[in-house]
Design a protein around this ligand. Structure first.
Ligand SMILES: Nc1ncnc2c1ncn2[C@@H]1O[C@H](COP(=O)(O)OP(=O)(O)OP(=O)(O)O)[C@@H](O)[C@H]1O
Length: 705
């Protein structure tokens, strides 16, 4: 029996498909489906391309004018739809391309042959002469030594990072970060990423280890079927086995994240892990996308009918967004095995299920908890001369965070980072405030949320997990979970293979009281900690501006270590965000309206999405009124809805509500105090970082007052 040939689609083919006029689009879809069914059909006429660098690239006639470019190697039964365009454009595209297998990593790579010029060149020489200059140790115009960035790497090392053999000379010519960015469009994603990590100080070995790339296998560079199985190949080519798969992919050609995962995303999404995994990554690096694919894989492969994967996050509107996206990724059957719920909602449901009569306090400023807190403060020992703010921070960062319920526990509690030293006698003197607060809450049938997490975890520990269906838990935005929340998650699933999967980013901690170290919450991630570096959302110009806001801030890695921003990069470019001082909120609204109108008219695109972000509900609502008065339709993002379906409206949000979402353009309106001295504004700067990094293409930062 003859096996069906393997048919794959390239990312470029899908991008091209999305741009075709409707009539051509349906013609191409029909052709592609027939092609998938039988690429050996005698009706398909593969024509050679004169002057092509790769004899395996063939042109296929779709109609009088349109051509498909197909890869059809001499050996093996693999066919790849690479491109579709008008006759001349298709031929020109194909003449300059070669599909080859990286002899070190085994990945399939599409190489583009084009002249590349490094923009910040130390001399006006061509690439070749520059390479010769480098070998000869030539000097820069400034008099310094010319040091090629990758001069000390061997060809094999460069290829192991993902550099195609054909592009090694280009990489050898790179001397600056700008030079690397100039050749980025030519490089496979993993090669660009590997090269900037090495430029940032990593060794090749570290890069390969962190991305789990093996380079110890013998590669057959003519075996394209095997090459298609690597995560690197699958980040740009997708194998389609039947009509349904083909249709699903071609009907949503721009939803790249559903099909083409970054190799690290892919490796982490599939396969077993021996225990808890932590994935860090700056804003827009695809953590949520990875978490969703992980949930899908676990639900499809490691979850029995009566079991579930829990996908949790901190805020309700984000959970809604994730559930909506998961529905587009998973079948109904798979969704039946995934529960998406923010942790607070989960705990509330658990408590209701037990018929407990307590309500949970999420905001201490509300009437009843505020009364309880003010009563507790009357127990203050005035001789200590500690301000009310000390007690509130001590409550959040020590008492609630560590789940301290007795004076004895408090006497020996760790208070690292609290600033004020407390002797045993002083601890004895401040303790009554906290004891009284819990008593006051209890008499009002209230409970602090951290205490609720802790008590639910204790119930599970005592009664066992028999009533809980979870085989795995996936947590997004982990940086906003405090120690008690993490302990609860740990308690909810049995320790072992695939138990816990965390994604998060310390730069985006906007509930600062919730800083936690996983290792102190019973979660051991040693050997299972990974990072994503490439920002898929934001232009590099916006990313840099956002990162600059965090200069000098201390960023943790959700455990006991540090994280940094130096190793992140964006794949897209655009205008630098404007940062402007305005007199007040009215002027901010006027500027926002002008910015929106400019973008709409310059792009000729009414479908662009915009979000105006204020620092408080009041400023958000004032901005909304002003925008509406200027004739712009507005909709406000709330805990209940992100209004993602609303078209041609301006979204408005607080910085907290904007978290996890994304828009083409974002306008952030902030009091200048948010950009004050770093020591005093760290938490606020993180909020600004979150808000600004919601933008995909354009951003405006307006400082009022
Ligand atoms: N492999 C991919 N290919 C194409 N686009 C991707 C890929 N992974 C993520 N994206 C896109 O990048 C954007 C950011 O992804 P995602 O929301 O998962 O990032 P994140 O790290 O969770 O961001 P944040 O922490 O800022 O909320 C989204 O538009 C997503 O569709």
């Amino acid at each position: 029996m003859q096996l069906k040939p393997k048919v794959a689609l390239a990312q470029d083919f899908l991008l091209q498909l999305s741009k075709l006029p409707a009539a051509v689009h349906s013609k191409v879809m029909k052709w592609a489906i027939q092609f998938q069914a039988d690429p050996r059909s005698p009706g398909i006429n593969y024509e050679n391309i004169n002057g092509a660098r790769d004899a395996n690239l063939k042109s296929v006639r779709l109609d009088r004018d349109w051509r498909g470019i197909v890869f059809k190697p001499e050996a093996g039964d693999v066919y790849v739809l690479l491109y579709v365009a008008h006759h001349d454009d298709a031929y020109r595209w194909a003449e300059n391309r070669k599909l080859s297998i990286n002899p070190v990593t085994g990945a399939m790579q599409l190489v583009t042959f084009e002249q590349v010029v490094e923009p910040v060149a130390p001399s006006a020489s061509s690439d070749e002469t520059r390479a010769a200059d480098i070998q000869a140790g030539a000097a820069t115009p400034g008099g310094g030594e010319v040091t090629p960035l990758y001069g000390n790497l061997t060809d094999t090392e460069l290829m192991s990072l993902g550099v195609p053999q054909e592009l090694i000379p280009n990489v050898r010519g790179v001397r600056t970060e700008e030079g690397l960015d100039a050749i980025q469009p030519l490089l496979p994603t993993e090669a660009y990423e590997g090269l900037f990590l090495v430029a940032a100080g990593d060794t090749v070995g570290q890069v390969l280890q962190s991305r789990e790339t093996r380079v110890d296998q013998t590669i057959d560079t003519s075996d394209f079927a095997t090459a298609l199985t690597t995560a690197e190949s699958q980040s740009r080519f997708v194998v389609v086995d039947d009509d349904d798969a083909m249709l699903a992919i071609m009907n949503a050609p721009l939803a790249q994240w559903r099909v083409f995962l970054h190799p690290t995303q892919k490796k982490l999404a599939v396969g077993d892990r021996s225990g808890p995994v932590r994935v860090l990554g700056g804003a827009g690096t695809g953590k949520t996308v990875l978490a969703m694919h992980r949930a899908k894989w676990l639900a499809e492969n490691r979850t029995a009918e009566d079991q579930k994967v829990l996908f949790t996050t901190f805020t309700k509107n984000l959970a809604l967004d994730i559930e909506e996206n998961l529905r587009t990724l998973c079948s109904a059957e798979t969704m039946g095995r995934i529960e998406v719920r923010n942790l607070d909602a989960w705990v509330s449901a658990f408590i209701r299920g037990r018929k407990f009569e307590h309500r949970i306090v999420y905001d201490r400023k509300q009437d009843a908890p505020l009364q309880a807190w003010l009563s507790a403060l009357t127990m203050k020992d005035t001789s200590l001369d500690l301000p009310d703010s000390f007690y509130e921070q001590e409550l959040e960062q020590v008492i609630l965070a560590q789940g301290i319920t007795t004076l004895d526990q408090y006497r020996t509690a760790r208070r690292t980072g609290r600033g004020v030293l407390l002797s045993r006698a002083k601890r004895d003197a401040v303790w009554p405030v906290f004891e009284e607060y819990r008593g006051q809450l209890a008499s009002r049938k209230l409970k602090e949320v951290d205490d609720a997490y802790r008590e639910v975890a204790e119930i599970i520990a005592t009664e066992g997990r028999a009533g809980l269906p979870y085989v795995s838990i996936i947590a997004d935005e982990t940086q906003d979970f405090g120690p008690q929340a993490l302990r609860l998650l740990r308690a909810m699933v049995a320790p072992g293979q695939n138990d816990l999967f965390f994604v998060g980013d310390g730069h985006q901690r906007i509930y600062s009281r919730n800083r936690a170290a996983m290792s102190r919450c019973g979660i051991d991630i040693r050997g299972r900690s990974r990072k994503l570096y490439l920002n898929y959302r934001t232009t590099d110009e916006i990313r840099r501006q956002a990162v600059a806001l965090l200069e000098g801030c201390e960023i943790d890695d959700l455990d006991d270590g540090h994280d940094e921003t130096r190793r992140y990069k964006s794949l897209s470019h655009g205008p630098a965000p404007q940062v402007k001082q305005v007199a007040g909120i009215e002027e901010a609204a006027t500027d926002a309206v002008a910015f929106i109108r400019d973008w709409r008219s310059s792009q000729g695109d009414g479908a662009l999405s915009f979000c105006v972000v204020g620092h408080s509900e009041k400023s958000r609502d004032t901005l909304a009124r002003q925008l509406q008065a200027a004739g712009l339709a507005c909709v406000t993002i709330s805990a209940q809805s992100n209004h993602t379906d609303a078209r041609e409206v301006i979204h408005l949000a607080t910085m907290h509500r904007a978290k996890g979402l994304e828009f083409d353009c974002v306008i952030v309106v902030t009091p200048s105090s948010y950009l004050g001295a770093v020591e005093e504004s760290e938490a606020k700067r993180k909020l600004l970082y979150v808000a600004l990094t919601r933008a995909k293409r354009g951003a405006l930062l307006l400082q009022t007052g």
